[in-house]
Design a binder for this molecule. Structure first.
Ligand code: GCU
Length: 581
């Protein structure tokens, strides 16, 4: 029995576009007490109120604003969202207002009372609203600002569209007074039978509570008692059918307390990285991957639904993947849950991307917050195999210290998974590249982005390259790619033609075969995606064209080159490429 329930707040919300943040600051640029968050109405014909949400346009939530109204296509600034909802607070319950994400910064008021603020465009956040709820009609106002900032995570320069808005689900979560606030349950790292984790209660009666954990299909029924902090540690043995891409087995897990019930479908598998190999369930693994941005099928807007997730991941499966790199930020929760169901291992990352403000303490704190929010949301997802802390960040002492802090945080939050980062290589001579980034010492798996044949020479250059690594660690080529406009056909040396991209993939694959420590790849990228850095008229038109698919899903010739390679690999059935050294 549980008092737990969820009320969706998705739908049409009124908006006010506010580029000068007039709804927040007075003319002296001081926060005003009668801003838009009050949603005030004139009481007499003489009252002066210069805004009215009820007569303002609407936007669909969830959804980015850029793709919903033409005038917002490139808009960067503040937009106010407002809606009312009916809710009554039942005795003995508490209510939490939950956001899947808000891009990039959100400030939230309920019935004119400030609830709080969140920074980070891709991770969930929530506020307890039990004390702020009115019995009946409630007025919710959210200020969302997607302005890029030097000190933010990510910083001002990225190669993706700066979509703004309430881009993911918004809901009320009604819970008992003492609720099950967190359940973490996975197999210990490298184990196939030792279950580890915890259950945390939060509320007035969290300590000394009896709990029951059940995994009926495994005959598990654990009686637990919480300690003085409301925590019960989990540790028991069982022999589950192990989750894998070929057999994505999920178990119904329930935790019952006096007044609450936690229910989730969780997969159990064992992951290890040692002596240059990645092991899944004790078997050497090769990651046949592809990278994705979080754009809905058809492109040009944020993905946010289970249908979007199923569609995108089905295309990765069709390519022959057992792995997806969800770049360059945590995707919506539907994506990782779909990966659990469909059987795709996931590289999950926060947008610590390129030239971050490494020496800014607030920047580090926000990176740690986004990382924590990402790990706490997804650490029960068997599909998530790798946590990545950075992408193509220039080596410096400040950067390696910053990232070292993030690595320590991940290990504390989740000792069961592997840690990686997308590093860069360097040339030691004209034909030899070396991976010796100092960060590699703290990683379990090395990621490396390389564009030999696109940014670095032409495809034939791949034929001459030898790879070296300073570490005895598995390597995943986390990016390789070339632009091609779907339907543009020419000879293989004509840049942006499908034939150029096809030749690039052919040459790259022959080079990859010669890397003895290669254990996976996630080429850049499944589908063309929007980017303000790609203006080439008639070819890019503000799209990055490295997709193997056009936005409408049309396959380019290179899709079939990679698909054939993955078919060969899966038939080889070995943990490595069966490489020629
Ligand atoms: C980089 C970067 C990507 C970018 C890609 C490209 O590797 O990580 O975000 O889109 O190169 O240039 O297309």
């Amino acid at each position: 029995m549980s008092d737990r329930s969820v009320v969706s707040l998705n739908g049409a919300w009124h908006i006010i576009v506010d580029p000068y943040e007039n709804g927040y600051y007075d003319y002296r640029l001081q926060p005003t007490s009668d801003g838009y968050f009050r949603n005030a109405k004139p009481r007499t014909k003489s009252d002066r109120i210069e805004y009215d949400f009820s007569r303002s346009p609407t936007l669909e939530v969830p959804g980015d604003w850029n793709s919903q109204r033409p005038e917002l296509f490139l808009y960067e600034g503040t937009i106010w969202y407002q809606r009312t909802f009916e809710q009554r607070l039942a005795p003995g319950t508490r209510v939490f207002l939950e956001f899947g994400a808000a891009a990039q910064r959100a400030t939230v008021w309920l019935n004119g009372a400030l609830l709080g603020h969140h920074e980070g465009a891709f991770t969930p956040f929530s506020f307890e609203v039990t004390g702020a709820l009115l019995q009946g009609t409630n007025d919710l106002v959210v200020k969302v600002d997607n302005t890029r900032r030097r000190e933010a995570i990510p910083t001002v320069n990225t190669d993706w569209w700066n979509y703004g808005g309430l881009t993911r689900d918004v809901r009320l979560h009604i819970c008992p007074q003492t609720r099950i606030a967190d359940v973490f349950l996975q197999l210990g790292r490298g184990s196939r039978s030792t279950f580890l984790g915890h259950v945390k209660l939060e509320g007035p009666d969290a300590a000394g509570q009896n709990l029951q954990l059940e995994i009926q299909e495994l005959g598990i029924s654990q009686h637990l008692e919480t300690d003085a902090s409301g925590t019960a540690v989990l540790s028991f043995e069982a022999a589950p059918s192990l989750w894998s891409p070929d057999s994505p087995k999920l178990y119904e897990v329930t935790v019952t307390s006096a007044r609450d019930l936690f229910r989730d479908r969780i997969g159990f598998r064992s992951l290890e990285a040692r002596s240059g190999e990645i092991f899944l369930n004790g078997e050497p693994l090769f990651l046949r991957g592809i990278s994705l941005h979080e754009e809905a099928p058809g492109g040009g807007r944020r993905a946010h639904s289970a249908e979007h997730a199923e569609n995108l991941l089905a295309r990765a499966k069709e390519l022959g993947c057992n792995f997806v790199r969800l770049a360059h930020y945590p995707h919506n929760e539907h994506m990782v849950r779909a990966a659990d169901r469909l059987g795709l291992l996931v590289w999950s990352e926060i947008p610590v991307y390129w030239t971050i403000d490494w020496e800014n303490a607030n920047t580090l704190e926000n990176a740690r917050q986004q990382l924590r929010e990402n790990v706490l949301r997804d650490r029960n997802r068997a599909a998530v195999a790798l946590w990545s802390v950075a992408n193509e960040t220039p080596v410096s002492e400040a950067r390696t210290l910053f990232l070292g802090t993030l690595i320590a945080d991940v290990r504390a939050l989740d000792p069961t998974r592997l840690i990686t980062a997308a590093l860069e290589h360097r040339y030691v001579n004209e034909t030899t590249v070396l991976i010796d980034d100092p960060l590699g010492a703290d990683l379990d798996v090395l990621g490396c982005n390389e564009y030999i044949g696109w940014y670095d020479g032409l495809p034939e250059k791949c034929d001459r390259i030898t790879w070296q690594s300073a570490y005895d660690k598995p390597l995943v080529i986390s990016e390789l790619g070339a632009d091609a406009l779907s339907g543009f056909h020419a000879d293989p040396l004509t840049r942006f033609s499908e034939e150029f991209q096809e030749s690039f993939y052919q040459r790259q694959i022959e080079m990859l075969r010669r890397i003895p420590f290669l254990r996976g790849l996630s080429p850049w990228i499944l589908v063309d995606f929007r980017s303000p850095r790609r203006p080439l008229p008639g070819i890019q038109d503000m799209w990055n064209r490295k997709g193997l698919l056009a936005p409408d899903g049309t396959k380019k010739k290179a899709f079939f080159v990679l698909q054939q390679f993955y078919r060969e690999l899966s038939q080889a059935g070995v943990g490595t490429l069966g490489l020629r050294s």
